[in-house]
Design a protein around this ligand. Structure first.
Ligand SMILES: [Zn+2]
Length: 41
């Protein structure tokens, strides 16, 4: 699996939106603003 400059991929537990954390330690959903812990592989 290739590492991207987008950081890790996450799934928002609140709204299900998939997004990247861009290397940030506390990723926040860009759609609803909830913090996401889920990690998609
Ligand atoms: Zn969300």
């Amino acid at each position: 699996m290739a590492q991207t400059k987008l950081g890790k991929k996450h799934i928002c537990e609140s709204c299900g939106t998939k997004f990247y954390d861009f290397g940030k330690p506390n990723p926040v959903c860009p759609s609803c603003g909830a913090q996401a812990e889920g990690e998609a592989s």
